[in-house]
Design a protein around this ligand. Structure first.
Ligand code: KG4
Ligand code: ZN
Length: 345
């Protein structure tokens, strides 16, 4: 019999993390906050042929990869399956079919090993990646979250309590990067290709910053910025003029990133917290990382940034959030289902 209330909690558990919410099948092992291994098998190259993620292709790829990626993570960690104290897995938000592959695998592994199953909110995973970057990190602090589906500045009050300080009122930052990539004829996944192109361009295309002025709260608008880029490119095309794609990418990057950095630092100073963290795929952007780190330095704030590979989807962050839930004794029943949407708190 599997009873989620029967497990003893260890101080420094070994946790296997599993992630399969989109196009990355990932597994990782941590011991306490120490990362022992992190493996990813991605179907991005296959998805690129279609210009984005096709859910059926993602599910099939997860089914084919999950066994191999778990084996590789366990091997690299130098442990045996019997040393695993808990299995943490993303159960939402994401593509249902994709999530179900990881969740079913995690359920059977937890059942077989007789260890707790921990279900993790993908976004909370992105936020927890910072705990692996600094094993002494403790809230309160201010967090910049920017991914393909979310853009927000949060007051992280405790490891499990977040207050929304500001966010997008339409598209997410990552979504805008992906759309601009498409307009510029760049391949999926778009964000990293926009960054690459921007490196040889200049910030000389007039674009609106993505901040909503005259608002009582901090609001970003990426839809307006995206439309401005599209209009700029279409107008040039109609006039028979050539655009310098590198300059468009560079100018877009400035417009998309600068307000996020400025407002994050402002929030930390207003709240009187001395630390800033960040998470989500867009935080892998080199220009954002440089801007945020110099702005924090100037303001006397400590910045904790996960390595680039732990900003985009991975399982180390799922294991890190799993640890928080483990220590709180927050274990799931094996009957739990995947969810396409979940709120942050
Ligand atoms: O966190 P993530 O891997 O998946 C979600 O949970 O959404 O974020 C993916 C998003 C995509 O929109 C992608 O274009 C963007 O993060 N991204 C980047 C970079 N790497 C990934 N955006 C800008 N620059 C990058 N280097
Ligand atoms: Zn993600």
């Amino acid at each position: 019999m599997y009873d989620k209330n029967s497990f003893k909690i260890k101080e420094t558990p070994v946790i296997l993390g599993l992630e399969s919410s989109c196009d990355e099948t990932a597994a990782a092992v941590i011991r306490g906050r120490k990362l022992l291994s992190s493996k990813i098998i991605s179907s991005a190259t296959e998805q690129a042929k279609y210009g984005g993620v096709v859910p059926e292709i993602a599910s099939r790829a997860h089914t084919e990869a999950v066994d191999e990626v778990v084996k590789a993570a366990v091997e690299e960690a130098g442990i045996t399956l019997n040393e695993i104290d808990a299995v943490a897995v993303t159960y939402g938000a994401g593509l249902l079919g994709a999530l179900l592959v990881g969740l079913s695998f995690a359920k059977s592994l937890a059942y077989t090993l007789g260890v707790p199953l921990i279900v993790v909110n993908h976004i909370r995973g992105h936020l927890a990646a910072s705990y692996l970057a600094d094993d002494k990190l403790k809230p309160p602090y201010v967090t910049l979250l920017a991914s393909g589906g979310h853009t927000a500045i949060l007051h992280t009050v405790t490891e499990t309590e977040f207050k929304l300080l500001g966010g997008t009122c339409d598209d997410a930052a990552g979504e805008a990067f992906d759309k601009v990539a498409r307009v510029l004829g760049l391949e999926y996944p778009g964000g990293v290709n926009v960054e690459r192109l921007a490196k040889s361009g200049e910030n000389n295309v007039p674009l609106p910053k993505c901040i909503v002025r005259d608002s009582q709260t901090i609001k970003f608008s990426y839809s307006g910025l995206k439309t401005a880029v599209i209009n700029y490119c279409h107008t040039a095309e109609q006039r028979g003029e050539n655009i310098v794609k590198e300059d468009v990418a560079n100018s877009f990057q400035h417009a998309a990133v600068d307000p996020l950095v400025e407002k994050t630092v402002e929030c930390a100073l207003n709240l009187g917290v001395n630390t800033v963290t960040a998470g989500g795929g867009v935080i892998a952007n080199g220009y954002l990382r440089e801007r945020l780190s110099s702005a924090c330095k100037k303001a006397g704030l400590k910045l904790v940034l996960p390595e680039k590979k732990y900003c985009t989807d991975n399982a180390a962050m799922i294991a890190a959030e799993g640890l928080i839930q483990y220590l709180a004794g927050n274990f799931a029943d094996l009957s739990i289902n995947a969810r396409a949407q979940i709120p942050l708190n």
